[in-house]
Design a protein around this ligand. Sequence first.
Ligand code: ADP
Ligand code: 5GP
Length: 201
Amino acid sequence: MVSGPSGVGKSSVIDGVLSSIDARFSVSATTRSPRRGEIDGEDYWFVDHEEFTELAGSGGMLEWAEYGGYRYGTPRAPVVETLKAGAHVVLDIENDGAHQVQRAHPGAVLVFLMPPSRDELERRLRARGDTSEADIERRLAVADEQMLDAREHYDHLVVNDDLESAISQVVSILEGPAIPGGDSAASPHTGSGAPTRSNTE
Ligand code: ADP
Ligand code: 5GP
């Protein structure tokens, strides 16, 4: 799984990773509205609260969590099918969800993308130009908690300073040796896996 604060560059890194390794991106479901340029079924499945609750209630989500007042979850079936086929899955999810997946698939690899600094994170979030001021403040507050949690619990921390370098570091991690005793059904190259596209936003 790939996590990281909103705006750290998860989508950019995951896009680069997916063009280098053979893995499938897990398209999450969310109750938030599409941002400019986001495509239903590609970036997210955009669903209403009722649809989300139905899917989660019927066991259709591998994990789900609330973030910024909206719900986000990983549809279970595509992940299970991909892993069964022996391929890797990359998830772009926040920390709570990543921990849920790790409990279900102990071999899943947790990669956290760190911003070079908090100021740079704020700059990138604002530069995106599609996030309201209130939303930016909420996301920055959550980022502090996520970074603390990641330092303690994640398998790998990668600083997204130079984009190409961050991509190659994540690729090396996913192509690296499996974690001994890990659940190979759940992590790419540390099995067949579950890193994230992304947190990374
Ligand atoms: P996230 O998915 O984490 O919200 P995005 O991939 O949308 O992040 O990136 C947020 C912003 O940061 C975008 O404008 C992107 O172009 C920019 N960005 C991503 N990686 C870098 C980097 N290494 N250096 C500078 N800007 C970056
Ligand atoms: P954004 O609204 O910026 O696209 O995403 C906000 C946060 O939700 C990001 O940290 C992103 O990684 C996370 N996220 C996206 N999809 C999922 C998901 O399926 N499950 C969980 N738990 N988090 C997700």
